[in-house]
Design a binder for this molecule. Structure first.
Ligand SMILES: *Cc1c(COP(=O)(O)O)cnc(C)c1O
Length: 358
């Protein structure tokens, strides 16, 4: 049976990419070795990391003012690296609280800097992207941090705040899923494991002047400038994960780039939201204007039915549909690698489940 994987992350990778990695696994190119067995300073891996970077630069239209870095420690380490590198001990940082990961970023920053939450949707159970009132933005703040897609609550920014201060974005769950203007941001970061590769590497796109801002004493491996100055090769980077990012970004280019991928992502999410609107059996708790195109969340009339839904979906070849343990319900994560066919299969299953149980 064909299996469609709706996991939130680590998430499915494009089938073509998995096949290519399999074929190259034991012998990369003419080397006779697997890529993860080769020196990170050798010619083979040098070509791989340079290809990953040039693919990302091309796909996202990144200017020379920005550096592309590969860092370990996940998005969770960025929650600390951002305040450590961008603020002084007496500084202020501003945050928008739009869900679980945004709150985690705020909590971490509080250890290092005075932190102001200028907008939050906590009171409405994170059912929307909170509105930012421009007067709340402090010119004295070192940056404003947002979470562009809220993986657990199924909300997403569809436009970004204009700020006079650097905008820092956790894009872990919608990185390279749509066209964004990188010039609007000071830093964009995200773990690879949702849209662009396996876990183990975090992509950080940073305006070069911000990497120079550091005014504290921090470990070498936590300084952005270490990565910028050494093209992420100060020490051994996660070579296999970066190799996979090169393959996924090759695949994105072959698909026609981010505008083409965005179109497919729109079609997938619109089909699901349309289905959710047609019925009272399934309920999407998110404000329509804040709906995520990556993580579509919904509830059934009871927790028993939700459990049954997840179980029967699994026997029908659809896995990873259980909502995050903190919120329950159902979550269909439909990142770049999920084909339209997977979403159509899910909708057919939703129809027959409702017929039997509605
Ligand atoms: C998954 C996720 C994280 C956590 O990422 P790690 O790489 O596990 O640290 C952070 N932010 C968002 C928006 C996420 O979706």
């Amino acid at each position: 049976m064909k299996v469609f994987n709706f996991s939130a992350g680590p998430a499915m990778l494009p089938k073509e990419v998995m096949e290519r990695a399999k074929n190259e696994f034991c012998a990369y190119g003419k080397s006779g070795c697997g890529i993860m067995e080769l020196s990170h300073r050798g010619s083979e891996f040098t070509e791989v990391i340079q290809r990953a970077t040039s693919n990302i630069r091309e796909l996202m239209k990144i200017s020379d003012d920005y550096a592309v870095c590969y860092i370990q420690g996940g998005a969770s380490l960025q929650f600390a690296m951002v305040p450590l590198n961008l603020t002084s001990e007496k500084g202020i940082a501003q945050y928008v609280d739009s869900g679980h990961w945004a709150s985690a970023a705020i909590k971490e920053a509080k250890s290092f800097v005075e932190t102001e939450v200028i907008a939050s949707s906590k009171d409405t159970n994170y059912d929307r992207i909170p509105e930012i009132i421009p007067e709340e933005l402090a010119e004295a703040a070192s940056y404003l941090h947002i979470t562009t897609n809220n993986t657990i609550y199924g909300t997403q920014y569809h436009s970004f705040p204009e700020t006079g201060i650097p905008l820092v974005a956790d894009m872990s769950s919608d990185l390279m899923s749509r066209v964004v203007n990188v010039n609007q941001f000071g830093i964009i970061y995200g773990g690879a494991q949702k849209n662009i590769g396996p876990s183990g590497v975090t992509l950080v796109i940073i305006r070069k002047d911000l990497a120079e801002r550091l005014s504290r004493t921090i470990p070498t491996m936590l300084k952005y400038k270490t990565y910028v100055a050494n093209d992420s090769l100060y020490n051994t980077p996660p070579t296999f994960a970066i190799y996979m990012v090169a393959l996924v970004t090759d695949w994105m280019k072959a698909k026609g780039g981010l505008a083409a991928i965005e179109k497919i992502n729109d079609a997938k999410s619109e089909a699901l939201y349309e289905r959710l609107e047609e019925t009272a059996f399934y309920k999407n708790p998110v404000e329509p204007a804040s709906r995520s195109r990556m993580n579509v969340v919904f509830r059934l009339p009871s927790e028993e039915l939700e459990e049954k839904f997840v179980k029967e979906a699994k026997t029908n070849g659809m896995i990873g549909l259980k909502g995050h343990r903190s919120v329950g319900g159902i979550r269909a994560s439909i990142y770049n690698a999920m084909p339209l066919e997977g979403v159509e299969t899910l909708i057919d299953f939703m129809n027959s489940f409702e017929e039997k149980n509605g």
